[in-house]
Structures are given as C-alpha cells and as structure tokens.
Design a protein around this ligand. Structure first.
Ligand SMILES: [Cu+2]
Length: 222
C-alpha cells in the first residue's frame, strides 16, 4: 500500500470511528423566551450519506377530543397507529400543514367510537416521506396534531425550557433545521460545527399561538 493510500485509509478509519458528540440546542421564540415543542434536526452540511434510522412503531390516540401526543417525532419509515379512546367517532386526516386546510390529504379514515369490552378501533399508517404532517378531524374542527418525520437520526423535540439534546452526533459541519407547528414561514437553516461539546442557541421569529400542554410519551427523544 502506498503511504498516501495508507494515510487516506487511516483518515477514513478515524472518521468512521465513534467521534460522536452531544449537541444541545436552545430554541428561542420571537420574544426571546424558550420555545417548547420545536423540532430540531441536524443534517450533514456537505450532503454526506446519513445512516438509516431504525423505524419505530408509535401510537397516537384520540382522547377527550385531542390527539395525544400533540406532536410526535419519528424516523422515516416508521408506522403510526391511531387509536380512538373516545366513545364517539373520530375522523383522522393527515397532510402537509399548508395543504391540509386546503383539502389535500396524504391519508384519511374514520375510526368508530370505542365500545366497552371491544377492541379499541384503530388504523395504521406507514410514513414514507420526510417532513411535517398536520393531523385533523373532519368531525371536530378544533382537533389538531402534528407528526414530524425526520430524515436523519439526529433529531429531538425541545422541552418546556426550549432545550433539545441530541447524543451520538458525528463531528463536522452540519446544518441545523428548526420547525414548529406555529411557524408562519420556514426557518432558515443554521450552520453548526459539531465538536465534542456543542451548545447552540437559535433565535427564531416563531411565536407560539398559546401556551401548550407539555407532554412527553417517552422523553424528548424518539
Ligand atoms: Cu374527532
């Protein structure tokens, strides 16, 4: 092996070794206060290949006229089971946030109300496209929920104090994307150089519509 080739091989081996960092991101609302329930995603800046995430099976219930959890973050290829825990019917429709209100849906179905002693009415959806999905119900206009399908394994929701923590992020140049259900326009990506200890504060123009219930089904990681 020529020295140059050997050096290249060593560099590659070094890069592929676990040089992983923990990235902490604090997202701020327009008024400077911490922004909870924001989705934070890291993507390699130079378009390097992204390791495939392990898809998950996740359940969203309809209970007391609400989608629970109101915001789910799942990897690409995950399956979501919708289960109606109310005694009355719900409709479940999902689509891109801007298109759902206009009547374009990616999926929609009706779930009968639950009857005691019977299996919970449910239906499963495979998520094979990345990005945000808004959930709604034709029967109850106030029902609103969101699912974000992440294109990379480095994604997290911000907690009540606006902080998202992503472990096992490879070091190097990344693009940071922030998304929130109440954003009026897409946020500009932020360049982040991931180092062993990386802490970033991201101001945004997003102002949440109202204080939301803080709810986590399994922490702020999926
Ligand atoms: Cu409903």
């Amino acid at each position: 092996m020529r020295p140059a080739t050997l050096l290249a091989a060593c560099l590659l081996a070094g890069l592929s070794a676990a040089q992983a960092a923990t990235v902490q991101v604090t997202v701020l609302a327009r008024d400077g206060k911490p922004l909870p329930d924001a989705v934070v995603i890291l993507e390699p800046a130079a378009g390097q290949p992204v390791p495939a995430s392990q898809p998950v099976s996740h359940t969203i219930t309809q209970e007391k006229m609400q989608f629970e959890p109101a915001l789910s973050l799942v990897p690409m290829g995950s399956r979501i089971r919708f289960a109606n825990l109310d005694r009355w019917d719900h409709h479940v429709k999902g689509g891109a946030p801007g298109l759902l209100a206009a009547g374009t849906t990616a999926f929609e179905f009706r779930l009968a109300g639950r009857t005691q002693g019977q299996p919970t009415p449910s239906n499963e959806v495979l998520l094979d496209k990345t990005g945000p999905i808004q959930l709604g119900c034709h029967l109850h206009g106030s029902m609103r929920g969101f699912v974000y399908v992440s294109p990379t394994p480095w994604a997290a929701k911000t907690s009540a104090d606006g902080v998202a923590v992503m472990p096992q992020v490879p070091e190097g140049a990344m693009q940071l994307r922030v998304w929130h259900a109440d954003q009026l326009v897409d946020q500009a990506n932020v360049a982040v150089q991931v180092q062993p200890v990386t802490s970033v504060s991201v101001p945004t123009l997003i102002q949440p519509r109202k204080p939301r219930r803080v709810q986590f089904d399994s922490g702020n990681q999926y």
